[in-house]
Ligand binder design. Structure first.
Ligand code: ATP
Length: 511
């Protein structure tokens, strides 16, 4: 098994080698925490976006889409609280000159305590075998209890200090816990300061008339300000949702984890508008629904967990993350937040316009409450890509690199090969490509021996390879090889399309 660090390095280099992800403006040595998606990456990203869109918008009669602009009236960000409160607490190490998020340093410390407790549990599990009662052990083993209590105490104290904006106490906590710079081990810290994450820009031709704008740090506000437009023009009745995907920008303090934390990234968000008082019921509903969506992709149930928030954002009355087991450990992949009526009310106050819904059943108007699901498309890409990449040992002792991307998301659904570059085989293979390309993204490859072509497609993530051989001319059938099992079956050419539909269609994966 690859060590987590090795696996992460492998992910980054494989993503580059196979045309998935490049550093932005690489010929100028790149731009920190900004990335470009290559020919395969653009396809995978589009397919993830589509998988989300179809399941959220097309499968729900009461959810519709929206595509709002990145630029918004500057008052939007005053109302949303981003101008005053979209800050991260930063801390610098005076020796290494490295900058960190203070809350992340503390969370990482707490996670280490969790891992220590987990180790004790694993050890005991091995020792006691079938007789092991995990629940009892967790509640009575002094070491586990101590680790867990300490973890809880640390997180609660941090949440309290951040809530009260007591940054001196956040620093005191870092010192008490003797947290050191993860890179150098130095404990020589500056004070903790707040840092606003929004990028500013200007609108207008001349400096005197220019208006200060922000690049949106989340897509959600475009949904809130359009709430009534969509509700009225679509004659939507509560409960209903508005979904959108699009770019968001954050001037992240620490952005060292490839596409996990970028300065320009894409979000897929859905705001679900509900009756006041019903938000927590819907919050639970969306937690469950979103987890099901993740599990439908088959990346392994053990790689997901919920993390309920202690420290709530300024707008939320309940919040949880779906965390994923990235190569560097469990981290947030998606957030589910009960945002109350905070945003719509704030926009009412700042715009002077009513943002209310008349509920015929209740015969009253109210500002709806909102439950939000918010996932980073790039993070989802990293989750899929990093779990898919495997170095597999084969029965004959050799190894192969295979990218087991769920076929519904794979850039190419199939690659078509003529066994040889002669005897009319390329023409048949090309005809198959021409027939399939209307429904599927298919590749054509005639270079090198078939074994090498298989390896190339395995590493690029193509789920099926279709080989045209001499027998094809007799029986009008081809050999189809499955990327994951490497099994081969013979399929008539006129059944290929049906075969692929059954394997790669959205319906097959989501239903
Ligand atoms: P984090 O705690 O990791 O900074 P967050 O809680 O600020 O994330 P949200 O504001 O809830 O994130 O954003 C919703 C989703 O957008 C996140 O779950 C994540 O998938 C994605 N996201 C947020 N910031 C970034 C970023 N800088 N790069 C890539 N994706 C991001």
């Amino acid at each position: 098994m690859a060590q987590p660090d090795d696996q992460f390095k492998r992910v980054i280099s494989h993503a580059k080698e196979y045309g998935y992800i490049f550093s932005s403006s690489e010929i100028y040595d790149g731009l920190s925490a900004v990335y470009d998606y290559g020919q395969n990456g653009a396809e995978l990203k589009k397919n993830i976006r589509e998988y989300w869109w179809k399941s959220m918008v097309h499968l729900h009669e009461n959810i519709v889409g929206l595509d709002a602009s990145i630029f918004m009236h500057p008052t939007t960000w005053k109302a949303s609280g981003h101008v005053d409160a979209f800050n991260d607490p930063l801390i610098d190490n005076k020796d290494s000159k490295k900058r960190y998020r203070a809350d992340v340093l503390i969370e990482d410390y707490a996670e280490k305590l969790n891992q220590k407790a987990q180790k004790e549990i694993e050890k005991a599990k091995k020792r006691f075998g079938d007789a092991f009662d995990e629940n009892e052990f967790v509640n009575t083993n002094p070491r586990v209890v101590r680790y867990r209590e300490e973890q809880d105490r640390v997180i609660k104290r941090m949440a309290r200090s951040l809530e009260a904006e007591d940054l001196a106490d956040v620093k005191a906590l870092i010192e008490e816990l003797e947290i050191a710079d993860p890179d150098t081990g130095s404990r020589n810290w500056t004070d903790v300061r707040q840092f606003n994450l929004m990028f500013g820009t200007k609108l207008g031709a001349s400096a005197e008339n220019a208006t200060d704008l922000f690049l949106r740090p989340e897509t959600a506000q475009g949904i809130f300000v359009n709430f009534l437009n969509v509700q009225k023009s679509g004659r939507m009745k509560i409960p209903f949702g508005i979904a959108q995907t699009g770019k968001a920008f954050r001037n992240e303090i620490v952005a060292r984890q490839f596409i996990f934390r970028m300065r320009e990234f894409e979000q897929m968000e859905m705001q679900f508008f509900v009756r006041p008082g019903e938000e927590l019921k819907w919050y639970e509903h969306w937690k469950e629904t979103r987890m099901k969506w993740h599990l439908s992709l088959g990346l392994g149930e053990e790689n997901y967990r919920f993390h309920d928030h202690e420290k709530m954002a300024h707008y939320a009355n309940a919040a949880a993350d779906i965390e994923f087991n990235f190569p560097f450990g469990f981290k947030e992949l998606e957030g589910i937040h009960s945002r109350t009526d905070f945003d719509l009310k704030a926009h009412e106050e700042h715009s002077g316009k009513k943002l209310q819904f008349f509920d015929h059943e209740l015969n009253e108007s109210y500002v709806p409450y909102v439950v939000e699901t918010s996932i980073g498309l790039d993070r989802m890409f990293l989750a899929v890509f990093s779990k898919a990449l495997e170095e597999e040992e084969l029965e004959n002792g050799s190894t192969r690199t295979v990218l087991k991307i769920p076929s519904v998301l794979a850039p190419f659904k199939a690659a078509v090969f003529p066994l040889l570059k002669k005897d009319g085989l390329p023409e048949i293979a090309q005809q198959i490509v021409d027939d399939l390309k209307w429904d599927f993204n298919v590749d054509y490859d005639e270079k090198d021996a078939v074994g090498r072509r298989y390896r190339r497609q395995d590493a690029a993530g193509t789920p099926f390879c279709i080989t045209v051989d001499h027998e094809t001319k007799e029986d009008n059938a081809v050999t189809v090889r499955d990327r994951d099992s490497m099994e081969q079956v013979r399929i008539p050419i006129d059944k290929l399309s049906q075969f692929l539909h059954e394997k790669v269609d959205f319906k097959h994966w989501m239903s």
